[in-house]
Design a binder for this molecule. Structure first.
Ligand code: AMP
Length: 133
């Protein structure tokens, strides 16, 4: 399957590449939440979390830790958001598994937190029973 990210990996679409290895690559997001926002992308176009092998996921998280250190060291961000949009309804635009690493600064006023709900009486325990793993 071809995606915009497979085209970037092959060099058919320009990008600012930050990393490349046998399992994944990293680029700057073209429309960043904050400048320095990067994407860690699997080389294989796994469409979502469930289709991505565990060893590739583990590798992506290790690289996210390196990317986080780089952003803190060079851009002096105060924090980062690690975001995975997993499925179209979650906001995933490109069906090719990737992890966003977004630098954040105190007072940057980037509101990327969703609105929240509250449980009714007993509902939280019910959900807990169904979702144990
Ligand atoms: P998502 O909504 O999680 O699928 O995120 C896809 C991301 O890819 C978005 O943040 C886009 O800004 C980014 N994106 C799309 N096309 C490009 C491109 N050509 N180069 C870099 N980033 C891109």
């Amino acid at each position: 399957m071809e995606t915009i990210f497979t085209k970037i990996l092959k060099g058919e679409i320009p990008s600012v590449k930050l990393h490349e290895d046998e399992l994944c690559f990293a680029i700057l997001d073209i429309n960043p939440v904050n400048k320095g926002h990067l994407l860690l992308i699997t080389n294989e176009p796994y469409p979502d979390l469930q289709s991505c092998p565990d060893e590739v996921l583990a590798h992506l998280i290790r690289l996210a830790k390196l990317a986080d250190a780089k952003l803190r060291e060079h851009l002096h961000c105060d924090a980062t958001n690690l975001v995975v949009n997993n499925g179209r309804e979650s906001g995933q635009e490109v069906p090719h598994f990737h992890l966003h690493v977004i630098p954040r600064w105190k007072g940057d006023h980037k509101n990327i937190q969703p609105s929240k709900e509250t449980y009714t009486d007993g509902q939280m325990a019910e959900y807990g029973k169904q979702l144990e793993f």
